[in-house]
Design a protein around this ligand. Structure first.
Ligand code: ADP
Ligand code: MG
Length: 376
């Protein structure tokens, strides 16, 4: 029966599946809390302090005791943890090795550098893990930083009543989060520094003391140094294309402040699953062909930058639309021309440019696919 368990239905000694998260109740002696057993809502919360629990991971438990069974509004379920299964996050593919390493690093408090091509899921991964681990997620786009002070405040100029200009400092989300973290020491903050390699070198250098044992950053609003509370953890992301190492920008001393973690595109069958879940109107064979051609592009050493999962998803959005759902092979190639070639420098009809190379790869892959289809 779906819906909620009644206390009478639960059997002490039986084994159930559950998922624990960080207990949001301040001051509780139990670090972890779960609300469901075998996918159905439990009549009382399940609490545990077992060290083996990983927030967000499916866990097998044996029911030991129902506390205050007679009270609908009180009590809790005491369980014995049998084993902790892999972390699962709804709608997100987690590489088992990357996600284990990331969990360890997040628990250790080290700064983390996620290094991988654009659209390989770095942002979704960091955000989803933060939520699962009960951390506040603070997104900061480093590509918009021009000067060191931009990390904490932007300057806005407005006219006063008399017409003369007044400059105001407006706190960035990062500054707000750092101040808030100082106040609420129980909460943990994950500051995501997106595209760290795209901010200018001097600005990045000014951020470095925030990332080492000094843990201070200059605050232009108060004209003094702001300490970074230890409940703040930094995760930076860089989009490193194949040939970008020369222009990559982050030097060894800066890199050394991070525990690096390489992220790659998800395996083809997982990308197909993900896209099919999001766009069930598109046939499996079409989605498979989109992903197959994307991987030909990603693996080709002549093409400098990667090809985001946003690109494969965009192709599926076209293919799912009633205007294009009966697209023939030529139309299919046209869709990839905009979604794939359009993301690379140059133009599809200039064979020497990246976009031109991608167009050739698309046509070759479609020829090969037609031959296979013809043989079937
Ligand atoms: N492993 C993944 N699981 C789920 N979605 C993914 C994954 N990788 C990429 N995506 C999808 O691709 C898009 C780009 O992901 P994003 O995290 O923004 O990439 P990045 O930060 O590496 O540039 C998002 O829409 C996301 O839903
Ligand atoms: Mg990103």
């Amino acid at each position: 029966m779906a819906g909620k368990w009644t206390t009478a239905e639960l059997v002490v000694g039986n084994v159930y599946d559950t998922t624990f998260y960080v207990n949001p109740v301040d001051g509780s002696p139990y670090r972890y809390r779960a609300t469901h057993l075998d996918g159905r809502r439990a009549p009382k919360v399940i609490l545990s302090d077992d060290e083996r629990i990983r927030p967000g991971s499916r866990t097998r438990v044996r029911l030991e005791k129902v506390h205050k069974p007679e009270r609908a509004d009180r009590g809790w379920l005491q369980v014995e943890v049998l084993d902790v299964l892999e972390l699962e996050i709804e709608g997100i593919y987690l590489d088992p090795i990357v996600s284990k390493k990331l969990q360890v690093l997040l628990e250790s408090g080290l700064n983390i550098l996620l290094d991988g091509p654009q659209g390989s899921g770095k942002t979704v991964l960091a955000k989803a893990l933060a939520e699962t681990l009960g951390m506040e997620f603070v997104f900061f786009n480093c590509a918009a930083v021009l000067e060191a002070t931009d990390f904490l405040a932007t300057i806005q100029v407005r006219a006063s009543d008399s017409g003369s200009p007044i400059t105001d400092f407006v706190s960035t989300d990062l500054r707000k989060a750092l101040l808030e973290a100082g106040e609420s020491r129980k909460k943990r903050y994950l500051v995501f520094l997106d595209e760290l390699n795209r901010c200018p070198e001097p600005a990045r250098n000014a951020l470095m003391p925030a990332l080492d044992s000094v843990r201070k950053v200059f605050d232009p609003v108060t004209n003094s140094f702001l300490s970074i509370p230890d409940n703040v953890q930094f995760v930076a992301a860089v989009n490193r294309g194949r040939a970008f190492s020369a222009t990559f920008g982050i030097d060894a001393a800066q890199l050394d402040r991070f525990a690096p973690l390489q992220v790659t595109y998800l395996p083809a069958e997982e990308e197909v699953k993900l896209l099919r879940r999001r766009h069930p109107e598109v046939t499996r064979s079409r989605v498979e062909l989109v992903v197959q051609i994307a991987n030909v592009v990603r693996d080709n050493p002549e093409v400098v930058s990667g090809l985001s999962v946003r690109a494969t998803e965009e192709a599926c959005i076209y293919l799912a639309h009633p205007l294009l759902e009966s697209a023939d092979d030529d139309m299919f190639a046209e869709i990839l021309k905009s979604s794939f070639c359009g993301r690379h420098p140059g133009s599809w009809n200039e064979p020497d440019t990246d976009a031109g190379i991608v167009w050739r790869l698309i046509l070759d892959a479609m020829d090969a696919w037609r031959k296979v289809k013809g043989r079937r």
